[in-house]
Ligand binder design. Structure first.
Ligand SMILES: Cc1cc2nc3c(=O)[nH]c(=O)nc-3n(C[C@H](O)[C@H](O)[C@H](O)COP(=O)(O)OP(=O)(O)OC[C@H]3O[C@@H](n4cnc5c(N)ncnc54)[C@H](O)[C@@H]3O)c2cc1C
Ligand code: SF4
Length: 334
């Protein structure tokens, strides 16, 4: 057993003061499905655990607003995934949640904790004796010439090629979501695309958050693109598996022509990956199997394969193309 201090604040402000006082070795606890997992593997060893589960102010969500949808950070994945308004008006958001993990995990896990889940790289989770720059800066990267079938093709560096494994953040990226966070100096807002960092020379620094900043809520601007959206996830088995490739697509059509489109890819990059260049190939053009495939190729442009994952460049391009064609059917009401 490793001893740690357990603290259960009753307000967001108290939680932030508690973690600031405890220092950088402390961790917030929401559903615990990432944190406890990594504590059992000895990858995380917090000095203090700040349990957020009494912060009822963060557990609700509202999908009825005229300008934005608002999700408290402690809302459970299962509750958000089955919200009838979200399922009807923003299927990509609902699908990204219900295609993740298992029913038991979704009942426990929070949507704020989901954003901050950590990579599934086996060398990161395996602990010593494996070299891992993310777990132990400067020790090396065992994955570069090791088991890297599931590793990133986009956004990697010499130091780290670990995939960002989550689904929800990828769908949020397609909708330009914002994340409100609270720190000792007050509240600030981070665009979802600025929350996660590429590894560069410091793979141990994964997000733009300070250690003592608490995610309060996620906000999604209301948009006409919601209804014809999809989260398309390809994996080794149909349930309870992380993405080999995924695409969040949202579409608005004028007959057969694309008026507006959003594309983000998951399972392929070191962070949720908005594919703006791919979007540009489609705006104002007809959406056909050929233009969809060209957009898929554009989304994967610049991909760098490792020994075992080259097949996922083709898989990623096809995933984007298939998602676009399904979104088109939804846009045309078929
Ligand atoms: C077997 C398995 C399969 C899975 N499959 C998938 C999958 O297919 N797709 C997918 O997307 N996910 C998957 N997951 C990951 C799962 O969705 C996440 O573990 C979960 O969403 C994390 O939420 P949590 O509330 O349990 O977070 P916790 O474990 O409580 O916290 C996770 C991290 O976030 C921090 N944190 C939590 N809340 C806040 C907050 N409000 N502000 C600041 N920091 C905070 C914690 O300190 C911790 O570092 C899987 C997990 C497991 C164990
Ligand atoms: S890919 Fe990243 S997480 Fe995996 S071993 Fe290399 S440095 Fe560690």
């Amino acid at each position: 057993m490793r001893a740690f201090t357990y603290i259960k604040p009753t307000s967001a402000a108290e939680a932030v003061r508690a973690i600031a006082a405890a220092g950088p070795g402390a961790r917030f606890l929401a559903g615990g499905t990432t944190l406890y997992d990594l504590m059992k593997l000895n990858v995380e060893a917090p000095s203090s655990v700040i349990d957020l589960n009494s912060l009822t102010e963060l557990s609700g969500f509202d999908t009825s607003g005229s300008s934005e949808l608002v999700f408290g950070a402690l809302a459970r994945m299962s509750d958000v995934a089955t919200d009838p308004r979200l399922v009807a008006d923003y299927p990509a958001l609902a699908e990204s949640l219900w295609s993740a993990a298992s029913p038991q995990l979704r009942n426990m896990a929070s949507i704020g904790g989901n954003l901050l889940q950590r990579t599934r790289c086996a060398y990161f989770r395996g602990g010593d004796p494996f070299a891992c720059n993310k777990r132990k800066p400067g020790s090396g990267c065992s994955a570069r010439h090791g088991l890297n079938r599931g590793h990133a093709l986009l956004g990697g560096s010499e130091r780290c090629i670990a995939v960002y494994p989550g689904d929800w953040a990828v769908a949020l990226s397609a909708f330009d979501a914002k994340v409100d966070v609270l720190g000792l100096n007050g509240q600030r807002t981070i665009a979802i695309d600025d929350l996660h960092r590429e590894p560069g020379a410091t793979p141990d620094i994964e997000t733009a958050l300070e250690f003592n900043e608490l995610i309060l809520r996620i906000r999604v601007p209301r948009t006409a693109l919601g209804r014809a959206s999809i989260y398309h996830k390809i994996r080794d088995r149909e349930a309870f598996a992380f993405a080999l490739a995924s695409a969040a697509v949202a579409l608005q059509m004028d007959r057969d022509t694309v008026r507006d489109v959003r594309i983000a890819v998951g399972g392929l990059a070191t962070r949720p990956w908005r594919a703006r260049a791919a979007e540009q190939t489609l705006v104002g053009r007809p959406l056909t199997a050929q233009t969809a495939r060209a957009a898929g190729d554009a989304a994967l442009r610049g991909a760098k394969a490792s020994d075992e994952n080259r097949f996922r460049i083709e898989l990623g391009a096809r995933t984007v193309a298939d998602a676009l064609m399904i979104a088109k059917q939804r846009a045309l009401g078929r």
